[in-house]
Structures are given as structure tokens and as C-alpha cells.
Write a protein that binds this ligand. Structure first.
Ligand SMILES: [Zn+2]
Length: 62
């Protein structure tokens, strides 16, 4: 059985020592990941904010 990996961005088969099929794919993946991380941290922050407001309202701090 031939061992190979899949490009982390587009999923095509690539040699086992590679992570991406091309530099462009790598750039694209990094950009996508950065955007995802930003969205993730914003959602976490919003959840935290809602929790703080909720707890604050309940205990009459705000
Ligand atoms: Zn690719």
C-alpha cells in the first residue's frame, strides 16, 4: 500500500513528506485558519460578555 497524505487545504493526495500541495494552498490555509481563529475568539468573547451581563443582571451588579 502506498503511503501518502492529503493536502490540508484542498485534500488532494500529496507525498508523505509534504503538508500542502503548493505554496498557494499553504497560504490559503493559513489565511483561512487565521480568519477562523478570529471568528472563534470573537464568539468566545461574545459568549463571555453575555454571561457577564446575565450574571450581573441577576445579582444586581449592573
Ligand atoms: Zn492543496
Amino acid at each position: 500500500m502506498e503511503r501518502h497524505r492529503h493536502c490540508l487545504n484542498c485534500g488532494i493526495s500529496i507525498p508523505p513528506e509534504e503538508t500542502f500541495c503548493s505554496e498557494r494552498c499553504k497560504d490559503e490555509y493559513i489565511k483561512k485558519r487565521k480568519r477562523m481563529l478570529r471568528i472563534q475568539s470573537i464568539s468566545l468573547f461574545l459568549i463571555f460578555l453575555v454571561l457577564v451581563i446575565f450574571v450581573g443582571l441577576k445579582s444586581g451588579i449592573i
